[in-house]
Design a protein around this ligand. Structure first.
Ligand code: IVH
Length: 677
């Protein structure tokens, strides 16, 4: 590098190393060791050096992660070692038959160790490192030829641009799966919806679509991740003798290895591993479509070899599919607590995502229009981690001539009051309020629910009966119910009736936040109820609060203030609150700092960037005094991020995850309101 001073070159090398190390701590280990502002300072310094001396811009430079110039087209890449696929097993019997084939071929009788890995549902990739530096990324393509997507893989933070070792192999090919975690997928679709763009059906399609971008800046914006699962070519280093040791080696070089990978001592452990993963599948941060079992011993793998395009030493045990096709039999309209009229698809029952589904939400009128769905259509139903099944697509080729348009009702299907759609809202609502028995039922179900008054034994079916038989019109009537009224109801014996009366009695002693939440005021969730309770302390003060007073509360904006004010401006609601208080509902005043009464109890906050007025540790202490847990990194569990001067990647992540962000001034104001500043 003629012309660039040795000292400058060294400085750039040190900066690259530091940034790559911090990147690994942040994105792979989830354990950052420096503040974001410091990371950003190091990055700016390196960018500055590289712009002053362009020859310093190396392939492993972290400045290259932001995406480069758009490409005209992808070039093809030939895989010297073909990228194989896997045979599938759909039952325990299939897996045991696989094991039998393996042991017979190897003439083994004792136990055989397998590595069990989640089968990530994304896009397979090959990464090539020369002397430890990432030089090429390629898709699997047809297994022999893929596409060169180097510019795009460089933007993925969990992919090391440079191996974390001083003695890298001269050539290394790492294979793995690029995928989009569910939060990234939801966010991408939300944005597409808001912008009128096309929605992705599932995270795998979204990952594939993101990698197929000729403009790597788009890929960079899509929070993709990569987990490594095997070696391809390796030169200049003896590879480990087992697959499990290979994964340990890859981890040491800086790759992300799925945390659920386990070694099973024998095939029975493989069977229990399947059950264990199936049980937590819905809670995982990303979609997995099964388990891959691999013979751990590489020597044995080599003896087993391949058939056609799949190895004999590995198999994919598939989970029940998360998407299936079925027929839309009818659409019914359900009325919720706030009067929202939701179209619900009645489906030909279908086994999807591990359960039989016969209903799926169609959300609202806009969604029905977007899907272009008609009654009689064949549709794709998806049930993934989010439990509520969704219709994601219409199979137009299968549309019958008899398919019928979905007509939205002009009157509430329950109480016949006109429905209305407020401008700017997507939801259609019944205007009947408490006249509408559907809204009343939902209000009572909400009141009784676990996070509200927690009335055990007051289930949905019972509420339906109580309202249908005019025993209960509003929540206060619950406390006037008599044993003989309850015992006479369908599927209620004397014992259950007695238990319900005891549960109703027990519910009378509660907390102000629970009671406020139980009232079912629009947009007042648990957290807002807690903030309102903490701020006003007493019900009377809250009832009298003006919209301006309400907006003084930390997380109350004009919309919530309007709903709260409106609720207490209606005499029926005030009357219900009085009647509940007459029935004996009570709570301790909010003066003690019993944990659950603290305004930030149960919340996780993250502090990032520099603070001018108050030091970070002081701010942390004060947030903890208010009940918050203060964490070091941003995740879906974060409730709020305080972003001081120079905040960088944590702020970006908070924005990506749609997490509330406060600046230093807002934090100080919040602390002031809580008498801590
Ligand atoms: S091993 C020869 N391990 O599944 C072994 N594959 O049908 C080949 N996949 O295209 C792959 N997670 O995209 C392997 N832990 C894992 C995997 C995995 C997902 C995908 C991969 C491949 C397909 C095989």
């Amino acid at each position: 590098m003629v012309g660039v001073d040795q000292a400058v070159r060294e400085e750039a090398a040190i900066l690259r190393q530091q940034l790559n190390d911090h990147n690994h701590l942040y994105y792979v280990l989830d354990d950052p060791s420096i503040p974001d502002a410091e990371y950003d300072r190091l990055m700016r310094k390196l960018q500055q050096l590289e712009s002053e001396h362009p020859t310093l811009k190396t392939a492993d430079s972290p400045t290259q992660r932001v995406g480069g110039e758009p490409l005209e087209a992808f070039k093809s890449v030939v895989h010297e070692v073909p990228m194989l696929s896997l045979d599938n097993a759909f039952s325990d019997e299939d897996l045991l038959a696989f094991h039998r084939r393996v042991t017979e071929r190897l003439k083994l009788s004792g136990p055989l160790a397998y590595v069990c890995e989640p089968k990530l549902d994304g896009v397979a990739v090959s990464l090539l490192y020369q002397d430890g530096v990432l030089i090429r990324g390629a898709t699997r393509g047809d297994g022999s030829t893929g596409e060169n997507i180097t510019e795009n893989v460089r933007t993925i933070n969990s992919i090391p641009l440079k191996l974390q070792t001083d003695e890298p192999p001269s050539l290394l090919e790492v294979r793995g799966e690029i995928y989009l975690p569910r939060t990234g997928f939801e966010k991408l679709n939300q944005e597409a919806k808001a912008g009128g763009g096309k929605l992705f059906v599932n995270p795998r399609n979204a990952a594939a679509g993101s990698l197929r971008q000729l403009d790597s800046k788009i890929t960079a914006s899509r929070s993709l991740e990569m987990a490594a699962y095997s070696l391809g070519r390796i030169e200049g280093l003896q590879p480990p003798k087992t697959h499990s040791k290979t994964l340990v080696l890859l981890k040491g070089w800086g790759f992300l290895i799925n945390p659920h990978v386990e070694v099973a001592g024998d095939i029975n452990d493989c069977l229990s591993y399947y059950q264990k993963l199936l049980g937590i599948r819905d809670q995982l941060p990303c979609d997995i479509d099964g388990i891959v079992y691999k013979v751990d011993d590489i020597g044995l793998q080599q003896r087993l070899g391949f058939v056609a395009r799949a190895p004999r030493w590995a198999i994919a045990r598939k989970f029940p599919a998360q998407e299936e096709m079925t027929q839309l039999l009818d659409v019914e309209f359900q009325v919720g607590r706030t009067g929202a009229v939701t179209p619900v698809a009645r489906l030909e029952p279908i086994f999807v995502g591990g359960v039989t589904v016969s209903n799926a939400t169609l959300h609202n009128q806009d969604e029905v229009v977007r899907l272009g769905v008609k009654v009689g259509d064949t549709v794709i139903v998806r049930r993934a981690g989010d439990v509520i099944p969704k219709v994601v697509k219409v199979v137009l080729e299968k549309r019958p001539a008899t398919a019928k348009e979905i007509i939205f009702p002009l009157h509430c299907p329950v109480c016949d009051s006109p429905v209305e759609r407020v401008e700017g809202e997507v939801v259609t609502r019944c205007s009947g309020g408490l006249v509408c028995s559907a809204q009343r039922k939902q209000a009572i179900k909400h009141y009784a629910s676990r996070k509200a008054m927690d009335i055990e034994g007051l289930g949905d079916k019972l509420v339906d009966q109580l309202v249908d038989q005019n025993l209960v019109t509003a929540v206060d009537d619950l406390y006037g119910l008599k044993l003989d009224q309850l015992a006479g109801l369908d599927r209620m014996g004397n014992k259950s009736a007695q238990n319900l009366l005891l549960a109703l009695e027990a519910s009378k002693t509660t907390t102000l936040p629970r009671f406020l939440y139980a009232l079912g005021i629009r947009e007042v969730g648990e957290a807002t109820a807690r903030s309102l309770a903490k701020h006003f302390g007493h019900m009377a003060a809250l009832q009298q609060a003006s919209q301006e007073d309400l907006q003084e509360v930390s997380d109350v904006g004009p919309v919530v203030a309007h709903f709260v004010h409106d609720f207490f401006a209606q005499s029926e609601n005030v009357e219900i609150v009085h009647k509940l208080s007459d029935a004996g509902i009570c709570w301790p005043d909010i003066v003690s700092d019993g944990d659950q009464l603290l305004p930030l109890a149960g919340q996780t906050w993250v502090l990032t960037g520099g603070m001018d007025v108050m030091g970070r540790s002081e701010a942390k202490e004060k947030l903890q005094q208010l009940g918050a847990k203060v964490a070091g990194s941003v995740s879906v569990k974060t409730d709020c991020v305080v972003a001081g001067a120079g905040a960088g990647s944590k702020l970006k992540k908070a924005e990506e995850l749609d997490i509330r962000v406060l600046d230093e001034a807002a934090l100080l104001e919040f602390l002031r309101k809580n008498d801590l500043f």
